[in-house]
Design a protein around this ligand. Structure first.
Ligand code: NAD
Ligand code: MG
Ligand code: MG
Ligand code: MG
Ligand code: MG
Ligand code: MG
Length: 340
């Protein structure tokens, strides 16, 4: 069983004695900086010149400086820019300003695990990764609760790295819910595997395949959409509330029996072997290299795949049908404005 840490295991004063820089003001960045500020921590935000996030952060009363200035001022630097830009931001604007005894923090282990970032000697390297999207992390903090978080220490040069990570987790509300210790390797490999094989890659392609089978067999796309995509949320909500058992308890006996007899025919031994191959490419760095090489070339593969997937017929059916759900209209607008 993983050991869990709560508020009483963390000393916020360790963080209140430090100057903290949060680099980036996106999903995680806004949540961390606002909650740390509310926890009495001295925070500044580091953003690239001309960043659109500057106005938003300043409207919240936060002080915004360049990444280099933030790194210069602070002795704990949390890097919350997208994973593919972190190494460049680090080498150009953070590393030149690091001093012995400083700490660099991450919310995901990607750049450390695959060594796109190598911390110089004398610098602590730790992770505080809330297990939820930034807006939920902030909403729960404001409600007096918290989102569970993972902490990890890659390099402990000060002898304080773990206590500092726990203090940071407390500052963003994580220890209210409970914090679990992991390693950069475990967090990175399981996160990439989970999103590729199950949550994002697995679920998206399962839905597309189901839609294709029904429409190719002559069923109406609108009906297929409801049955293989729309209702997925209802099922997932039940799983999150009470595991697979609660989901199976709630559905009809017909559906439950179908789950047992047909599920293993769809997700068969070959699927598990495919998953093991995906895991191997996560572990040996093949995936990370493919992603970063493509990004370095201007993301041609990424852009081509995104375009191809957006052209799948299920998207057209979905856009038409979601208009029937008045309460979904708002989130669709958010998505098309690109703020999701
Ligand atoms: P994001 O895309 O929401 O925000 C990125 C921020 O970085 C923006 O404010 C942007 O202005 C800024 N930025 C982009 N390029 C920059 C540059 N070159 N220099 C300076 N600033 C730049 O990012 P995110 O989703 O919050 O992800 C940040 C980190 O948190 C990643 O390591 C990610 O894996 C991790 N994480 C994210 C989530 C999540 O829910 N989104 C959850 C857990 C961990
Ligand atoms: Mg994850
Ligand atoms: Mg991830
Ligand atoms: Mg049904
Ligand atoms: Mg039942
Ligand atoms: Mg995105």
């Amino acid at each position: 069983m993983a050991k869990k840490y709560y508020d009483d295991d963390a000393d916020l004063s360790l963080l209140q004695n430090r100057k903290v820089a949060v680099i980036g003001y996106g999903s995680q960045g806004h949540a961390h900086s606002l909650s740390l500020r509310d926890s009495g921590v001295d925070v500044r935000i580091g953003l690239a010149e001309g960043s659109k996030s500057k106005v938003k952060a300043e409207a919240e009363g936060l002080r915004v400086v360049t990444v280099a200035e933030a790194a210069q001022e602070a002795d704990l630097i949390m890097i919350l820019v997208p994973d593919q830009y972190q190494a460049q931001v680090f080498s150009e604007s953070i590393e030149p300003h690091l001093e012995e005894g400083n700490a660099i923090f991450f919310a995901h282990g990607f750049n450390i695990r695959y060594e796109f970032i190598k911390a110089p000697a004398g610098i602590d390297v730790a992770m505080v990764a809330p297990k939820g999207p930034g807006h939920v992390v902030r909403r729960e903090f404001e409600a007096g609760r918290g989102v569970p978080a993972l902490v990890a220490v890659e390099k402990d040069e000060s002898g304080q790295a773990k206590d500092l990570a726990l203090a940071y987790a407390k500052g963003v509300g994580g220890t209210r819910a409970g914090v679990i210790e992991t390693t950069f390797t475990e967090e990175t490999e399981t996160d990439l595997f989970g999103e590729q094989a199950v949550l994002c890659g697995g679920a998206s392609h399962l839905v597309q395949a189901g839609f294709e089978v029904l429409t190719e067999a002559g069923y109406q796309p609108e009906i297929a959409y409801f049955e293989v995509l729309h209702e997925l949320k209802l099922i997932v909500d039940l799983m999150v509330e009470g595991g697979l058992a609660k989901q199976r308890w709630s559905i009809s006996d017909t559906a439950e029996f179908g789950d047992y007899v047909s599920g293993p025919r769809v997700i068969d031994a070959r699927v598990k072997e495919n998953m093991q191959e995906v895991l191997k490419e996560v572990q040996d760095g093949t995936f990370a290299k493919r992603f970063m090489d493509d990004q370095a070339a201007g993301a041609p593969e990424f852009k081509k795949l995104r375009e191809q997937e957006e052209a799948h017929p299920i998207e057209k059916t979905g856009r038409e049908l979601r208009g029937m759900f008045s309460w979904l209209a708002e989130s669709d607008d958010d998505y098309t404005e690109g703020t999701a």
